[in-house]
Design a protein around this ligand. Structure first.
Ligand SMILES: Nc1ncnc2c1ncn2[C@@H]1O[C@H](COP(=O)(O)OP(=O)(O)OP(=O)(O)O)[C@@H](O)[C@H]1O
Ligand SMILES: [Mg+2]
Length: 297
């Protein structure tokens, strides 16, 4: 009578005994699901991190569709390589620095972002080369082993001259610090890097493309089912249900996640306790491609 929890991971099953509000909060809380492509990229990052320092470090560009798990993946990696306070030395040890590129290709602001991540005081009015000097000095002091730049397409946007200037910044940082640089962004970043043969040579690519409606997708659905604490099995991998989830989400991981979370919440609130077509139809859902078309007021 609904006591069978074999369709859930143990942690999720424990939430069946809690109140609905607590269960819904758990359903909505962020979670990491390991899928084969993500595991592969995480492994690539590990390999890069242990690469011996040289004047010619390999770099990695993680390219993917929007809302598809790029940032979450690199943040997961950062979580596995957290900064450590150094009780004996002066500076903390920061093996991996995660940085969000400023929204515009501006060297000064790029270095501001680095200095802010390191909690270093700086004068925003200082010239870019001064900030560059300060940033490099500090990054050496914290023993940096990898620099991750998210939204890298932002700084590689703009005129050819701007693009070129930033490609030089990246080259310079890599050469000076002898650490691999990991860029994360859209295909525009890929195209920008291709314009510099010397740099494109040193960048491997990892792709996080939109999901296809294939076996990996079914495995992903099966995992979601096991982490969402509902009393009855939904059998999301059932052909027609899986097809419906695929077409509603259009294969973006962020959409798949949001759709299933919303549906699970609706299934708790309605007492249905499983995700089926009716539940999926009951939630307000505008497909992502439609959402992008909607005029903003
Ligand atoms: N490994 C994962 N397990 C579970 N959910 C995930 C995972 N990766 C991503 N998601 C879901 O997808 C959403 C979008 O992920 P993320 O922000 O990493 O995308 P992105 O590719 O960086 O998007 P953007 O191009 O907009 O920056 C997350 O908020 C989360 O809900
Ligand atoms: Mg992102």
């Amino acid at each position: 009578m609904g006591d069978d929890t074999s369709h859930l991971f143990q942690k999720a099953a424990e939430y069946l005994a809690r109140g609905d509000q607590e269960r819904i909060a758990y359903i909505r809380s962020p979670r990491w699901i390991g899928y084969p492509r993500a595991q592969k990229v995480l492994k690539q990052l590990e390999t890069l991190l242990s690469y011996p320092a040289s004047h010619r470090m390999p770099n990695l560009l993680i390219v993917g569709d929007t809302n598809n798990g790029k940032t979450m993946l690199v943040k997961r990696f950062c979580g596995q390589h957290k900064p450590q306070d150094n009780p004996t030395g002066e500076a903390a040890v920061v093996p991996v620095l995660f940085l969000q590129a400023p929204p515009v290709p501006d060297e000064g602001r790029f270095y501001n972002a680095i200095l802010e991540r390191l909690f270093a005081p700086y004068k925003s009015g200082d010239r870019a080369d001064r900030k560059q000097f300060q940033a490099i000095k500090l990054l050496r002091e914290v023993g940096l082993k990898m620099l991750i730049i998210d939204e890298i397409h932002h700084v590689l946007a703009g005129s050819m001259a701007k693009q070129k200037a930033f490609l030089n910044v990246i080259k310079y940082l890599g050469n000076e610090l002898e650490v691999p640089i990991v860029g994360v962004g859209t295909r525009d970043a890929f195209r920008a890097i291709q314009t510099d043969p010397q740099l494109s040579n040193r960048f491997d690519h990892a792709l996080l493309p939109r999901w296809a409606n294939d076996d990996d997708f079914l495995r992903l659905l099966a995992t979601f089912e096991r982490v969402l604490p509902l009393r009855y099995p939904s059998v999301l991998i059932d052909g027609s249900l899986a097809d419906k989830i695929y077409s509603m989400s259009e294969g973006y991981l962020g959409e798949i996640s949001r759709l299933l979370v919303d549906a699970a919440v609706a299934a708790v609130e309605s007492g249905q306790e499983r995700i089926d077509k009716r539940v999926l139809d009951s939630i307000d859902w505008v497909p992502p491609s439609e959402r992008r078309k909607e005029p903003r007021e």
